[in-house]
Structures are given as structure tokens and as C-alpha cells.
Write a protein that binds this ligand. Sequence first.
Ligand code: BGC
Length: 569
Amino acid sequence: MSDANPGTHRERADGSDSPAQVTGAEWWRHAVIYQIYPRSFADGNGDGIGDLRGIIDHLDYIDSLGVDGIWLGPVMSSPQADHGYDVADYRDIDPIFGTLADMDDLIAACHQRGLKITLDFVPNHTSEAHPWFQAALAAGPGSPERDRYLFRPGRGEHGELPPNNWRSVFGGPSWTRVIESDGTPGEWYYHLFAPEQPDLNWRNPDVLPEFSDVLRFWLRRGIDGFRIDVSDAPMKDPGFPDTADEQPLIPKDEASGVHDIYRAFRTVFDSFDGDRMAVVETGAPAEIVALFLRPDEMNLAFNFSFTRSPWDADAIRDAITSALAANDAVGAPTTWVTDNHDMPRSVSRYGTSLRLVGEYVPALDQQAEVDVALGIRRHRAMALLMCALPGTVYLYNGQELGLPNVDDLPEAVLQDPVWERSGHTERGRDGCRVPMPWSGDEPPYGFSTNRQTWLPMPQGWGHYTVENEDADAESMLMLYRRALSLRAIHPGLGRGAIRWLEAADAVLALEVASELEPVVVVVNTGGTPAPLPAEIPVGITILSSDPTVPTGSNVVEIPADATVWLRRP
Ligand code: BGC
């Protein structure tokens, strides 16, 4: 990218003040980013929990996938009430994951391989162990320290009732009452998630400078960008009114002030060299999401309508067209994702009758039978659709192996706060966080030297290991590698404008424009083979999710639950 401001000097990763060193032309527009859930990727020190050393030791594997960079889940100092989404010190690494020196090594090792490295950044709430929250508790009602959080008096004669009726995302009330220093019950504080995650007051003047400085701390160390946790939530309705559905009122429009935060973050990013970026996490409708992607705000936003789409052609098409329209209008790319650490793995979602229960943190209907083989076929098909669409792709560690969700973890090992907070009615997200199988036929499958892994690994995962899939030309791993290597060299895949083609029921057909040659992508979500679109009655296979359709063959129909990339004869 040419420097938009050639005359200015920008801060370099090493802190020196020399002219801007620009790397990569808006690399994030067409990138493939690999999400690492740090506890579950690879354990370098034998304590049964994944860590930074484990990641460094497996960077060649990540590189071999053909991705452009990584997103590292939260690794900052944290009591781990929500596995790192409760940060006590934003400028240090939690000892379970390693040290700042390990992080510097990881950054250097990524950059040596040409991989970008991005971090999870959690600005909506801190840990209750954060010094600011501890100071707020000590300082008492009305103090400037309390004003950094959302403390309110209770309702009722003695303040014994919470300030309003909003529910926490993790279940239960979203207010917790504190005991004041004189030993009496006092004010309540607001937490969108668990009580261990008090929400900050983003209207307090200390908050933005502090978090901007945290960003600078990591940008100086060479971090290429961030995934911003619950990005749309910092500004709650200041009146804290009761709501009919007990859901929090969190405005996201211009008047709410939330966009000023992201404009300020943009200024921080732009004061650094390179092309630093952020992806925002918001479940809002596409037009609202796009507000965060205006040129003076952030770069990317996950398209969660796509993530949540059932295996249904109309639903998938709607999720694609609405996001593209909204993002195109602000000149932003669209970001495709099927799996992450908050959702049941898509192999299991696509392998059931597809009932997701739960709003923000969906869980699979526990009654549903999962047909894993079917889920894998559909995941393969979805992978080829996703990798062809214009924009950025996020892959969640283990999805490249086709791991299913682990729905039978014993109750005694469940760790997600959702399990406790829901009064044991929702099992939570542990099922998609089980450690990665690397090799061998028995737990812990090379993940650790310790058999006691932080979540137990199932028997029978030998065929999902990296070792096994590496040796199998038809594995999920090989499909992703092939798809990503074609995407990297073909100027249309992942970049070209798309045109929808008329197709049979249950079939999605689109053409991705390219100067070289357009690629026709045909997805059959139906249970029986379907004809190609009338416009292209015969095609030559570039890549197929169904191994029975060889590359280079002439095809006239698409197998059930499959995607084929085609060129015209
Ligand atoms: C993260 C969750 C986390 C929550 C609270 C979400 O956006 O993805 O894993 O529990 O934020 O920080």
C-alpha cells in the first residue's frame, strides 16, 4: 500500500521514530486467518493446557495450511473465570500461557514466516481482579474510582433489589451487590457476562486513554491487529431502564458514542507503520455492523448470519447477499466464518436437524442425533463456498481437521461459566474447545505429554489427528490446503465480484469474476444430485468437496451435500 500520508512519520514496531515502513497492501481485505484457542492448540510445558511455546513449536504446521496469519485468543494475565476474557493486566501474559518474552518470540517467529499475528482485545469489561476494580471496591460510592465501572444503588427500601431487570448473557442477573468497607451490603455493579467480568464505564474520561495505551503497548511489540471482543457493547443506555424482554439496551448508532471509540482506535492504528487492523465482534444486523466498518473506524466484522445459517440454500444466500450489500456500501470487505470458540462445531451443527438453542451463546439441541459423516460432507462443501467468496476467512483451530463438537463431556469437567450460571441447564461452550489431536491413537494425541488435559479428549479421535490427515489425500486437512493454495494463486477466488446464477431448488450457484478466468461455484444443499445451472450445463472441475468428482473431470451434476469449483469448458 502506498503511504496515505507520505510526509508523516509513524511509530515503528521497535519504537524508533523513523519513516513509515509499509507492509502489505491492505492485506486484511483478502486474508485467511487461523484462530488459535490458546488452551487447546498445543501444550509446550506438559501441564495439560496449551501455551505460547506449544504454538511456536507448531508454527510450521500453521504455515503449511496456507493461511496469512493467526488470531490468538486471550493470553493476557487473568484469573481465567472466562478463560482469559476476564483480564487483570492488559500488559502482561498469563503464566499458564508463558511470558512476555515468549510472546516476543512468537511475534518474531510469525513474522519470520510472513505470518501476521493478531490478539484478542477485551475492552468491554475487565476482570474483577483488575487493579481499577479493586480500587473501585475500596474507594466506595460516589468516588472517581467507582465511576470507571457501572455502579448503581439498588432498588427497594434498602437497596436490596438490582437496579434494573437486565439478564446476563451467561444467565442470571447482570448486577452483583458489593459489601462496602463498613461490612454492609452496598451498591450494585453491572456485568454483561459473569460477575467476575465487571463492565467498564466508557463515558468515564480515564477509560479511552488507558485502552488506547494498551493498544499501543502491543502494536509497539509488533502485533499486526486485534479481534475486538463484544465490540458493540461498551455504551449501555445510561438510564438503565427495565426492558420487556430483560435484555440489555445497548445502542450502537452514531448517537450512542460507540463509534467515537473506534475512530479513536483507528487514529492509534494509523500512527503505526504497516497496515494494522481490527476485526470487530458484533451480532448486530448487517447494516449496523457496517457502521463499524466505515473508513475511519475498524476493518473487518465477522458475518455471524453466515455462521448461524442452517444448511439451507436460501438462508446461506441471504446471509451472503445482505452482508456484501451492507459492507460494499462502506467499502469494507466481508468476513466469513463457520466456526469459533463460542459455537458448537459446524460439523455437528450441519450433521443435525440444525436446531440451535440459546441466543448469544448457542448450544446444540441435546436431543438431536448428530450424523457426523453427513456433517463432515456439508462442512467440506461449506469450506469450498467460504474460501471462494470475496473477503476474509477465519478458520478455528481443529475445523481444518473436521472435528465434531464433543457433546458428551462429563458434567464434572465442564468449565464454561455458562454451565454454573444457567443453573446447569446449558452445558456451554466446552464442547468446541477440546484440545487438538496431533498424533497417535490415544488421548492426549500428541497435544501434551500429560494425559490429564484441561478438558478430556475423546477416545476414537485417532483418524482426526494431523498426522493421520496429513497422510490421507482425501482428508479435510488436505481439502483446506488445496482450497487455500488455489485461492492464493487464483486472482478471482476470495477477491472477485460475485454474480448469482439461476439454479435448481436447494442449489446455490455463483460466478466469481476474474481476469484470468471466472470460477463457477455450485453448492448443492439437497440430499440428491442436482443439475448444473442452465447457463453452464457442463463444467470442468477445479476442486470438489466430494472426492468422487476428480479434478479436471467434466461434470453435469453436483452430488448431494457438495460444492464444486468449476471452469467453463
Ligand atoms: C467471546 C466469548 C466471551 C465473551 C465475554 C465473547 O465475545 O467470544 O468467548 O465469553 O465475549 O468476553
